[in-house]
Ligand binder design. Structure first.
Ligand SMILES: Cc1cc2nc3c(=O)[nH]c(=O)nc-3n(C[C@H](O)[C@H](O)[C@H](O)COP(=O)(O)OP(=O)(O)OC[C@H]3O[C@@H](n4cnc5c(N)ncnc54)[C@H](O)[C@@H]3O)c2cc1C
Ligand SMILES: C=Cc1c2[nH]c(c1C)Cc1[nH]c(c(CCC(=O)O)c1C)Cc1[nH]c(c(C)c1CCC(=O)O)Cc1[nH]c(c(C)c1C=C)C2
Length: 476
């Protein structure tokens, strides 16, 4: 008879609860979420005319073990009918742009793109790739992404392409982010094969294996590059919530902020605003700093490591324009920090997912993402920044980069505060130290969510599954 408390009702906490309630070994699962809704960063607006806008994640990758795992869950939840796939041959998969020197440049792709000199790069990228095989293996146990890529592929690629990609995934600074924690595939390729090219061709070590179910098999057969859901990605969180509500062993609490957790003879006492609940084990899916502020002083070394995990704030501005206004078609464009520090990129949502456009009359939906690691220096303190200022900057970018001089017919500004953890150099050591502390002190505590081993929705869901498997493996 075991009670598991799940702290945090974002996709990480929901996924862990989903896996827990599939196990006959568990008798009770109690989920605590501080806000009035589940889903955390998964947040979709469904307008009454049928249009859908994402204020958080907008597309999930189907590939690999973590991608198959999420699709297996989607299938199990009965959401397969709602899936919106984007195949590799779709224009949104083929075309991604960089905005450099005041112009949009299509990112090189395919063999022909690598053989030619494609601006903004000054020579064919195949040369960088060919030379990479000859570069000696690094000696550091971790390195910034910028330093790693400069060393192996050249400074130009690091300054433009990799700088932009880090902004388009982590909203972060590639000179601070860790290659080992953010791009483990590339780090392992160098470690195991001495080269990225060889590592990617020959494989670079064991990966988790997940048997693809029918939907994941369909994604392979049809060559999907990304997917969303017809009612937006928040419906994944809503479906898990509905599934959990039907389970007799799950209790879901909204507006239930965890204030303090303290050890007890059998596990933990969880202190809320209006009461105390006991649990045998805690799965924390809280942001690292929120967990740090709840832990007892006896956990000081763990508290310190958790507090030291930085996060960044992203301003997300959804824009809708009447008509078809884009000069190019594709996923969107990224902006390197050398071009504009404050604006990270623009997603052309209506190209990837036209199904989310309102059904009547042609419209274009865009999302401008701003801030990230540069938020404070560009916009000031997040609590003081005005929505009108963010909206004005976003529409100015659309005008300047895409030549759109009409005003949007609809807009929405969201400030996603402290939303993407930054895995700085040495992050892997921090995670190892936290796990060591938990083991050494026999704490009945699992850490999941985006603060530790991957920020994508797939990785966060997989972290929930792994924690539950480890817990059950210990015979809880
Ligand atoms: C703008 C943006 C775009 C993104 N785009 C993509 C994308 O395209 N594809 C992709 O795969 N990923 C994307 N991501 C990343 C992904 O969405 C997140 O990393 C992931 O959703 C994080 O899930 P989580 O459960 O770890 O954290 P969260 O969603 O932050 O959940 C944590 C939960 O804990 C709750 N909480 C906090 N404190 C307490 C407390 N004291 N007591 C109780 N509850 C508490 C919070 O309210 C929250 O609900 C994006 C993220 C952002 C911000
Ligand atoms: C401009 C800012 C951002 C854009 N998306 C995100 C930010 C901060 C957040 C984000 N995007 C992706 C992920 C998940 C990563 C994963 O491993 O699945 C997250 C957290 C997906 C993604 N987006 C881009 C890339 C290269 C990736 C990685 C996966 C893939 O190759 O599909 C590029 C990209 N992101 C944004 C734009 C405008 C853009 C490129 C044109 C928006």
């Amino acid at each position: 008879m075991r009670t598991i408390a799940v702290l945090g009702g974002g996709i990480g906490g929901l996924a862990a609860s989903y896996y827990l309630c599939k196990s006959p070994q568990i008798s009770k699962v109690v989920v605590f979420e501080s806000s009035n809704r589940f889903g955390g960063r998964l947040w979709s607006t469904r307008r009454s005319d049928g249009a859908v806008f994402e204020h958080g994640p907008r597309a999930i990758r189907p590939a690999g073990a973590v991608g198959h795992n999420t699709l297996n869950m989607v299938d199990d939840l009965g959401l397969a009918m709602e899936i919106l796939p984007v195949t590799h041959s779709h224009v949104a998969s083929k075309n991604r742009y960089l905005y450099v020197n005041g112009q949009l440049h299509r990112m090189p792709s395919g063999i022909s793109g690598l053989l030619r000199t494609v601006p903004p790069f000054s020579r064919p990228l195949l040369l960088n790739i060919a030379m990479e095989i000859l570069v000696k293996k690094g000696t550091e146990d971790d390195e910034s992404i910028h330093s790693f890529v400069s060393r192996r592929l050249g400074k130009e690629l690091a300054d433009i392409a990799v700088d932009s990609l880090c902004r388009g995934v982590f909203a972060g600074d590639c000179k601070k982010l860790s290659v080992r924690s953010c791009l483990p595939l590339l780090y392992n390729a160098e470690q195991r094969r001495g080269s990225l090219t060889l590592g990617l061709l020959l494989g670079s070590g064991p990966n988790p294996v997940v048997t693809p179910g029918p939907l994941a098999q369909r994604s392979i057969k049809e060559s999907w590059a990304q997917w969303s859901l017809s009612r937006g990605l928040e419906s994944l969180a809503e479906s898990i919530t509905e599934y959990l509500q039907q389970s007799e062993i799950v209790q879901l609490h909204r507006e239930a902020a965890v204030k303090q957790i303290s050890p007890s003879a059998s596990g933990w006492m969880i202190h809320l605003e209006d009461g105390v609940i006991s649990a045998d084990h805690i799965i924390s899916a809280l942001p690292a700093k929120a967990l740090a502020s709840s832990l007892p002083p006896s956990c000081q070394p763990l508290i310190q490591e958790l507090q030291d995990i930085s996060t960044v704030t992203v301003a997300v501005v959804n824009l809708e324009y009447d008509g078809s206004i884009l000069p190019v078609k594709g996923f969107g464009h990224l902006i390197p920090s050398s071009e504009d520090r404050g604006v990270l990129g623009v997603v052309y949502d209506s190209v990837s997912f036209p199904q989310h456009n309102r059904p009547k009359g042609e419209t274009t939906r865009l999302t401008v993402m701003m801030g990230g690691a540069w938020f404070q220096e560009e916009f000031g303190a997040p609590e003081a920044v005005k929505d009108e200022h963010l909206l004005a900057r976003a529409t100015e970018v659309v005008n300047c980069h895409l030549g759109v001089n009409t005003a949007p017919s609809w807009s929405w500004v969201t400030l996603q505060r402290d939303c993407i953890p930054q895995y700085y150099q040495g992050h892997y050591r921090r995670v190892e130290a936290m796990q060591r502390f938990i083991r050494k002190n026999n704490l009945s505590l699992s850490l999941i969510g985006s603060s530790y081993d991957g920020v994508s929705v797939n990785e966060v869901i997989f972290s929930g599954r792994t924690a539950v498997e480890e817990l059950l493996g210990r015979g809880v």
